[in-house]
Write a protein that binds this ligand. Structure first.
Ligand code: COA
Length: 269
């Protein structure tokens, strides 16, 4: 990754990541660790958590992990409390745990819809609600990861669209309520990002992939580093006046309407 941020930018800072064992959140955690932060990862599966923590530690980063499900308020509250006890107040909170499977509404049970809404929306609420008492005040930054699905409809993604729209308005509401506490709350809405579980489940290959890329104004798929760079900026002092906004990181894909990503989902179902 070409780096525009100085070494040690986040030295002494503590960052907590839900959904931190893979994909976008793991890459953000790796970059924050490279910049000096202590990163604490949360995920459901202990083996993935152990591998992610070991990977960061092997490159000289300070990392720890707590396994739990963000749908369980008591469990995520416990993980946040232990983080604060061990490492001190939390400076950066990333809510990135997310669920997904492509299915039309008529092919989705009520429980399937609920599973995704609970992971994405309730999980983000649980994490933010439980974290508040452990955040550095003033100065903490909360970043909730949503998707272009938060402001556009996509076929086969009703559960994700509903959940992400909720996440985005939760983000904006928290920014209003917590601004006076010295906490900034923003959202990042990634578009099609390579090397993520979501795209492994949704994305086509070969000629279909090239056709989809042709509909992205930037002319390429995003990388996890694209999102990590934005996250670094939003957590830096350079962004100290930025709160209550959702930042798209999508190469302009949202401008083309839902066709580009819908194409991905149709071709993979
Ligand atoms: N199509 C339709 N329904 C599906 C499905 C699919 N591909 N995958 C799961 N479901 C349904 C299940 O059938 C179940 O509903 P039911 O009880 O009516 O049968 C419901 O979703 C819950 O599934 P379950 O496996 O019990 O729960 P879970 O808590 O593990 O959640 C996922 C399932 C799929 C939501 C979750 O495991 C997940 O999202 N994993 C992938 C993570 C991922 O891709 N992250 C990146 C997001 S961009």
């Amino acid at each position: 990754m070409s780096r525009v941020f100085r070494d040690g930018l986040f030295a002494g800072k503590v960052a907590f990541f839900t959904g931190g064992t893979s994909g976008i959140a793991l890459r953000i955690a790796e970059v924050f660790a490279e910049l000096g932060a202590t990163v604490v990862l949360n995920g459901r599966k202990q083996d993935k958590l152990d591998a992610a923590v070991a990977g960061i530690a092997a490159r000289g980063g300070k990392a720890a992990g707590f396994a739990c499900d963000v749908r369980d308020y008591g469990a995520i509250a416990g993980a946040l409390a232990r983080t604060r006890e061990t490492y001190g107040p939390i400076d950066f909170l990333f809510c990135a745990a997310a669920g997904n499977f492509p299915a039309p509404v008529l092919g989705m049970s009520a429980n399937g819809f609920k599973a995704v809404v609970d992971i994405d929306l309730l999980g983000t609420f649980n994490t933010c609600r439980a974290a508040h008492e452990h955040l550095s005040k003033p100065g903490a930054v909360v970043i909730n990861i949503s998707a272009n699905h938060g402001h556009q409809a996509y076929p086969l993604q009703a559960h994700v669209c509903a959940a992400k729209a909720g996440v985005d308005l939760l983000t904006k509401t928290l920014a209003m309520e917590w601004g006076p506490h010295g906490i900034r709350v923003n959202g990042i809405a990634p578009g099609p990002i390579d090397d993520t579980e979501g795209m492994r489940r949704l994305a086509p290959t070969g000629a279909d992939r090239q056709r989809v890329i042709g509909m992205i104004p930037a002319g390429r798929m995003g990388t996890r580093d694209d999102v990590a760079q934005l996250a670094v900026f939003l957590c830096s002092d350079a962004a100290s006046f930025l709160t209550g906004a959702i930042y798209r990181c999508d190469g302009g894909q949202a401008l083309t309407g839902p066709r580009a990503l819908a194409q991905l989902e149709h071709t993979s179902s």
